[in-house]
Design a protein around this ligand. Structure first.
Ligand SMILES: NC(=O)c1ccc[n+]([C@@H]2O[C@H](COP(=O)([O-])OP(=O)(O)OC[C@H]3O[C@@H](n4cnc5c(N)ncnc54)[C@H](OP(=O)(O)O)[C@@H]3O)[C@@H](O)[C@H]2O)c1
Length: 290
């Protein structure tokens, strides 16, 4: 049996479905029994609870051959690092208490940095917590920026006729489809063939700039002149707050944009076949925009 956190989300749902198809017993976790019902009907064991509840997680992890962990959050969270620490500590406590020995943990490119990486700082702290656990085989997947982050741009395009962010138009960014992250996790959860602590970057099909993403989106939407506008960091943070992000998290995303622009938040491994994944931004846009 394999336990999957975030089972109704981008990576977790696909992981659950594909593991089930591969003939594994799966235990799927989320906060709501109702949202998990579809997976239950498909033959998955579901367990609803809060991801900051160590006792609940320990029950869910107990007996698993491997677990998939992540740190979900709500963009409106007032104190992001505190919320992330609460979940991260519960996950680590549950790994300890359940005796599970094999863990695949979703993290991010840039998580080697303690600061200057915006929201990724919480994944830095979680990597440290997980590394402190004795005797587990830990695979850390450091993913690039999700293509899905650009979905709010569809609203921006509709409302304002442009795409805007704090990242420079031509800065190459490793961006990835969440399904490619899921597929890497699935392969590892099925093979269970690594030992000790391993860190693996997942960088997407190619590095891609916001200007190029905007061009691809514009072409798909029949708006070939769609502009990309680089916002000053404060303006970017203000826009995020208008969209429902807390001041704390909006500031962290602006810090991340700066880190990307200044080249401090970047791949450590550099691009190579082993960290390059299949889905292009063009494929992704064709799928979501039609
Ligand atoms: N976005 C990026 O560019 C990026 C890059 C690298 C790494 N990451 C990491 O990837 C993670 C997201 O992975 P994902 O996209 O697979 O997950 P996700 O879809 O964002 O979330 C997974 C599940 O978490 C639950 N959830 C949502 N908000 C929550 C909250 N406030 N408290 C507790 N649970 C909540 C939801 O399930 P229920 O509602 O059913 O409980 C959701 O389906 C991020 O948290 C980050 O750590 C992100």
């Amino acid at each position: 049996m394999i336990t999957v956190m975030g089972a109704t989300g981008h990576t977790g749902k696909r992981i659950v479905e594909q593991l089930l198809q591969a003939g594994e017993r799966v235990r799927a976790l989320g906060r709501s029994a109702e949202r998990l019902a579809e997976l239950q009907r498909a033959g998955v064991e579901v367990l609803a609870g809060e991801p900051n509840d160590a006792a609940y997680l320990a029950e869910a992890f107990r007996g698993a051959k491997a677990v998939y962990t992540l740190l979900p959050y709500d963009p409106s969270v007032a104190d992001y690092m505190a919320q992330q620490a609460a979940v991260g500590e519960a996950v680590v406590q549950a790994i300890r208490d359940s005796g599970v020995r094999r863990v695949v943990a979703l993290s991010s490119v840039g998580a080697e940095l303690a600061s200057g990486n915006g929201p990724i700082a919480s994944m830095h702290e979680q990597e440290l917590r997980l590394r402190d656990l004795p005797g587990i085989d830990l695979l850390i997947l450091r993913a690039g920026a999700f293509f899905e982050n650009l979905l709010p741009a569809l609203y921006m395009i509709e409302e304002h006729g442009l795409v805007a962010d704090g990242v420079g138009p031509d800065v190459p960014v490793p961006m990835i489809a969440s399904k490619d992250i899921a597929d890497a996790a699935i392969a590892a959860l099925l093979a269970r063939d690594w030992q000790g602590v391993q860190v693996r970057e997942l960088l997407g099909q190619r590095d891609i700039s916001y200007a190029e993403c905007t061009r691809i989106l514009g072409e798909r939407l029949g708006r070939p002149e769609l502009p990309y506008v680089q916002l000053p960091y404060e303006e970017m943070a203000g826009g995020l707050q208008e969209a429902g992000f807390s001041a704390d998290l909006a500031g962290r995303y602006a810090e991340l944009a700066r880190g990307i622009n200044e080249g401090t938040v970047k791949s450590l491994e550099g691009r190579r076949p082993g960290n390059t994944t299949a889905t292009s931004f063009e494929d992704f846009v064709a799928e979501v925009v039609g």
